[in-house]
Ligand binder design. Structure first.
Ligand code: SAM
Ligand code: SF4
Length: 366
């Protein structure tokens, strides 16, 4: 599909044929810089596009046309690329995601190999996992033993019936057990991701925060993004960060953390005190209404070995075919650097010319 051209694989519109890339001296050394002054330090690795839930905003009931097994990077290929990113490309944080990463058989081995990596300065790489939590109760201790630092578990509601309606599966108790097990295994801080949907669970901002404060989890609300499988997202349907904050302010004392403390984190964070005097924090990832693209430090690798510079990229760079065609580490590193150099300044969701990415969130790796 892709020709290796002087070590630089093709950059191509996602799903389209190859486009030639001219190799360039600039991409021979150094970290993953782009033309807008950003450096990517945080690598998101999707380990599978498959999932055992069918969240309405992410997947259709019948699932999606899954990647064929040979198309997916095997464990050795994943570890080679992650290792390259840490040793050569300045990455010091690795988050595994999917699809549902707990469905990946070799997960613990990949985590252990990643946790054993050291940056050129001798630092440990920070590792985390974004998961729907199903099966986490059984695997949390093993993942911690493999070297995983922490988890983000997605949970949109405290109500099992609503959970079944949103995810089309009756697995609420499994997820709650998974969150608890993660905390018990020391995969802390345990963060809980919630997407609020209008008319479905948009009355749960305060109850979710009450629960998270009581249990000691860090709650993050995520604005729904135009990454649904059918491209039917509408801005007017989205529950905005402002709406979430208004609901929380009615019950909690919120103090926003200074912008300087946020760094490249996607969540804007507030210190919270509840009516009983319990304290904690809450985050809002307002990708749509308060984009943070200027501080983005992420680079992404899909389960089939494509570098994406952004969730909303319309192009990908194929490292898998280059790797399988025998590309050296230097050639792969140059290709990754070249891909990141072309990262766009922003996602342009508000631009009239915005193009819905060809891949949905589950296939990119959220
Ligand atoms: N299956 C795992 C999970 O649900 O945590 C990992 C992959 S999932 C794609 C990662 C995160 O993306 C989840 O927190 C999920 O709620 C969120 N997500 C999925 N589709 C989204 C969308 N259209 N807008 C905003 N967040 C979305
Ligand atoms: Fe699966 Fe996560 Fe998508 Fe839900 S959000 S369908 S759990 S990949």
């Amino acid at each position: 599909m892709t020709s290796v051209h002087l070590g630089l694989p093709a950059v191509r519109p996602a799903g389209a044929g190859p486009v030639a890339v001219v190799p360039d001296e600039r991409f021979r050394t150094g970290p993953l810089r782009d033309r807008h002054g950003r450096t990517a330090r945080d690598l998101r690795v999707s380990l599978t596009d498959r999932c055992n839930l069918r969240c309405h905003y992410c997947m259709p009931p019948e699932g999606l046309p899954w990647l064929e097994r040979p198309a997916v990077l095997d464990d050795g290929e994943v570890v080679r690329l992650v290792s390259l990113a840490v040793r050569e490309l300045g990455v010091h944080e690795v988050r595994f995601t999917g699809g549902e990463p707990l469905l990946r058989r070799g997960l613990e081995d990949v985590v252990a190999a990643t946790a054993a990596l050291r940056t050129p300065g001798g630092r440990r790489v920070r590792t985390s996992l974004t998961t729907n939590g199903i099966g986490l109760a059984r695997r949390a201790a093993g993942l911690a033993a493999a070297g995983l630092d922490r988890v983000n578990v997605s949970l949109d509601t405290l109500d099992p019936q609503r959970f079944a309606a949103i995810t089309r599966r009756d697995r609420h108790a499994d997820v709650v057990a998974g969150v608890r097990a993660a905390a018990a295994a020391g995969l802390a801080p345990v963060k809980v991701n919630a997407v609020l949907l209008r008319g479905v669970n948009d009355d749960e901002a305060a109850p979710l925060l009450r629960w998270a404060l009581r249990e000691g989890y860090r709650l993050r609300f995520i604005e729904q993004m135009p990454l649904d499988p059918h491209g039917t997202w509408q801005r007017s349907d989205m529950v905005t960060a402002e709406e979430v904050l208004a609901a929380l302010r009615a019950e909690f004392d919120l103090r926003e953390r200074p912008a300087a403390s946020r760094g490249s984190a996607p969540a804007q964070t507030w210190d919270v005190t509840d009516r009983e005097g319990r304290t904690g924090d809450v985050g809002v990832i307002a990708s749509v209404t308060r984009p943070f693209c200027g501080d983005c430090d992420r680079t992404r690798l899909t389960a089939d070995g494509q570098v994406r510079t952004c969730l909303f990229s319309t192009t990908e760079t194929d490292l898998r075919d280059a790797l399988r065609a025998g590309a050296s580490d230097d050639e792969l590193a140059a290709a990754w650097r070249a891909a990141m150099w072309g990262k766009r300044a922003g996602h342009d969701i508000d631009d009239p010319g915005f193009l819905h990415p060809a891949r949905p969130m589950s296939s990119i790796g959220g």
